[in-house]
Design a protein around this ligand. Structure first.
Ligand code: ATP
Length: 505
């Protein structure tokens, strides 16, 4: 635990030191759960967006984009259920005065029990060696079975309590499971209360004429209310999708873990409209597609896992999360939901307008079913950043901090470094810089020793360091150092463009 916390703290410090992420309005001591992206951060964020957009829009003939407003008609949120049901159950600890989400306390308890069982399994695996049968062990080992029974009972009780909106039962479960405040260890809990997560503000210039509007808590509704506009103007035939990247706002009760849970964040969502009855096939297909998108970044498979939901939201008939191994454990990175025709039907009812599609093949109209893929851009940022952040011990005993970002997400593709600040090397380096800057994001650096400059580039994830020395002036060649392997190669300046492009693809 201490290690995880230390690791997260060094990631946060690194993100700040190199201009990726700053606390918002820091000179006023910051604003909780709100962050600003610095010069490096905005580059990485834009690259993640571009990687998503390319695979979800550019490479898909039947998916188009949208950029809807953050403010929407207040009826939108009545229709979607957010006004009445976008709540989290919260509980306070009377001693530490800390506030928690009751469901998160229970989920964390479950995760801890599962972790204990996994440890037993691993111990047994070591003991039995090749002949070990995990399924058999889990179904026969007394301790594992007992714990699993407790987990199942707790989850059942929790589900029943939430379905019955019985908040007292949720509190009793927390007490029964002997859950303590993770900060203070105290078990002195208040009642559980519901808390609406939407931010509201007034629209209009005078208080009397003003009406209450919400900052959207998800981008999806902008897609649903525009479903027919997009379908008609883009002449889309079902199945087709609408993709959108944009800000969303939630007044989160607990806002810890850096940019994992923010009050203002960005989502990358795609709603895929399909024929009723085909939605579960599409759901499986999108689960697979989205996992491939993650895998293509090249991090180890063990960073990802699916978590299929057993407790479904009122609008869904299937749902899964792609979880990522963050510095604080496996947590939701992306949600894939089969949302049925719930949203479009609700908007039909509340607006009185038809939101149907005429299917020429079936010769009839219907409200399409929807598969949603929804990923938090900031969470994706944290996933990529934390998995790329490494403290390496080198062969010569020294250490380096390196951001081994996937090539296509590295903010700078190359750094141009004249070995010394004289003898015409800076001038030649500038020439190369100007020649390549149309095609690549570059850094120019002539300050400090070359070793220090390499470390600086490693720390921000620059893919290649291109160094000019006296030989460069004689034979037009430079050395190129690779960030990951630290190997150096001498190549002609004339080949640089092709060389960098190759490394990128
Ligand atoms: P959680 O259970 O972690 O609160 P959620 O299930 O409410 O998330 P969704 O409503 O499915 O999340 O939103 C889709 C995606 O948006 C999430 O997978 C996550 O990546 C991102 N997201 C949601 N809330 C936040 C937040 N407060 N800060 C950053 N990203 C968020």
């Amino acid at each position: 635990m201490a290690n995880q916390e230390e690791n997260l703290q060094s990631i946060i410090a690194h993100a700040k030191e190199y201009g990726f992420i700053y606390p918002s309005s820091e000179i006023y001591d910051g604003l909780s759960a709100t962050y600003d992206y610095g010069p490096l951060g905005v580059e990485l964020k834009n690259l993640i967006k571009a990687y998503w957009w390319k695979s979800m829009v550019q490479m898909q003939e039947n998916i188009v984009g949208l950029d809807a407003a953050i403010f929407m008609h207040p009826k939108t949120w009545e229709a979607s259920g957010h006004t009445s049901a976008f709540n989290d159950p919260l509980i306070d600890n009377k001693d530490s005065k800390k506030r928690y989400r009751a469901d998160v306390l229970i989920e964390d308890w479950v995760a801890k029990q599962e972790e204990k069982n996994n440890k037993e399994v691993e111990k047994a695996r070591k003991r039995f060696g090749e002949s070990f049968d995990e399924a058999q062990f889990r179904s026969t080992n007394g301790r594992v079975l007992d714990r699993q029974k407790k987990i199942d009972e707790a989850l059942n009780k929790f589900k029943e309590a939430m379905d019955a909106e019985d908040l007292n039962a949720v509190r009793e479960l927390i007490i029964e499971l002997d859950i303590a405040d993770p900060v203070s260890g105290s078990r002195n809990w208040t009642e559980v209360r519901q808390f609406n997560l939407m931010f509201s503000t007034d629209m209009g210039s005078t208080a009397e004429g003003a009406s209450k509007v919400y900052l959207r808590p998800e981008t999806a509704q902008g897609i649903f209310v525009n479903f027919l506009n997009v379908q008609k103007t883009s002449r889309m035939k079902i199945p087709f999708g609408i993709a959108q990247i944009g800000k969303a706002f939630r007044n989160e009760i607990i806002a810890r873990q850096f940019i994992f849970r923010m009050r203002e964040f960005e989502q990358m969502e795609m709603q895929f409209f399909v024929r009723p009855g085909t939605e579960l096939e599409w759901y499986e297909q999108w689960k697979e597609e989205r996992m491939k998108w993650h895998a293509a970044l090249g991090f180890d498979d063990s960073y990802y896992r699916f978590h299929d939901h057993t407790k479904l939201a009122h609008y869904a008939n299937a749902a899964a999360d792609i979880e990522f191994k963050f510095p604080f454990g496996y947590k939701e990175l992306e949600g894939i939901h089969s949302r049925t025709d719930f949203d479009l039907k609700q908007h039909e009812q509340h607006s009185g307008k038809k939101l149907q599609y005429f299917d020429p093949e079936l010769n009839k109209s219907y409200v399409p079913y929807v598969i949603e893929t929804s990923i938090g851009l900031d969470r994706m940022f944290l996933a990529v950043f934390s998995a790329s952040y490494l403290q390496e011990k080198l062969e010569d005993g020294s250490e380096r901090v390196v951001l081994k970002l996937p090539a296509k997400l590295s903010p700078y593709q190359a750094a141009i470094l004249p070995l010394v600040k004289k003898d015409g090397l800076p001038e030649k380096a500038r020439e190369i810089f100007d020649d390549l800057k149309q095609d690549f994001m570059l850094q120019y650096d002539e300050k400090d020793s070359i070793g220090k400059r390499y470390r600086r580039q490693d720390a921000i994830g620059t893919l290649l360091s291109i160094t000019l020395d006296h030989q460069s002036l004689e034979d037009g060649s430079v050395t190129v150092r690779d960030r990951d392997s630290m190997e150096q190669e001498r190549i002609p300046i004339a080949n640089l463009k092709a060389y960098i492009s190759n490394r990128l693809h």
